[in-house]
Design a binder for this molecule. Sequence first.
Ligand code: AHM
Ligand code: MG
Length: 332
Amino acid sequence: MTQKQQSMITTVQQHILQQQANFPDATGTFSWLLSGITLAGKMIEAKIRSAGLTDILGAYGNTNVQGEQQQKLDVYANRAMEHCLGLRDSVAALVSEEDDEPVVYNRDGETGKYIIVFDPLDGSSNIDVNVNVGTIFSVFKRPQWGDVNSSVLQPGSKQVAAGYVLYGPSTILVYTTGSGVHGFTLDPTIGAFVLSWENMKMPEAGPYYSVNEAYLEESAPVYTQFVHDMRSGKIGPKHGSRYIGSLVADFHRTLLKGGIFFYPPTEKTPLGKLRLMYEANPLAFIAEQAGGAATNGTDRILDIQPEGIHQRTALAIGSKTEVEALRSMLKG
Ligand code: AHM
Ligand code: MG
């Protein structure tokens, strides 16, 4: 690499520090915290890349709180997140898809300022067939003198940061702290996430809809009508279909190309399948920051007051045109 190329690189650490400079009371703890997430992301990516070579594929033998089989990589990813974040003094609590209860650290409100909510390895049932997976995270501030447990259930509008790591043909990190959405690609030659997209914007409408069509017949008929209208070009352009079955990957495509991803309530999952706090909220924050929208069908995702850390929700997320059209069709 030439010196000129080197000087043009912005790593995610540099970017976070630059962002932090915009906050007058910035102390550096926030960027230290986000660096814990990027480190965990790199550890998880390294493990995934070698999964076929080591004895890491397959099920671990436990069932998590959702009643799903934990995969070995799920367990590894959860430990990596807990290890990289739990050691940081600024963390008051960690809330993970894989743990029944929040992990609370005994730190006072002045030191332990942040609550991190995450899905360590989303889409993990796809791992054995080498399909993209991701880590999703959401960061809240803990009210300074509040009890940690009672501070965990905050609506998504209170997030101070959110993002994901997508482990695909390349490893991508996307994050927001409420001033735009920024995307980075892991450069394996230097081990750093390098800025690839600054101020990402989701197109107003897009070419694809993304839904598990096998469940449409057990969802409200309006969803079938919605799909029909998107295919025929009644809503935005004539849409094609894309569905990976790995939320981070389906969302990342929607962020870049536009369109909509939705997972409606079905007979099997009447409250929706996806989890509000560590799947819908962080992606909704990113979608809105990029000019898109996210709803459960009636309410803005970010306005929903959670009642439990593993609460499920219906989700429709993506370009404004498609999300608004679905919302108005559901209103009737
Ligand atoms: P997981 O957290 O257990 O991996 O489940 C979430 C995943 C999402 O990544 C994806 O959007 C969805 O489940 C796919 O569900 P389905 O297989 O029902 O289409
Ligand atoms: Mg998940």
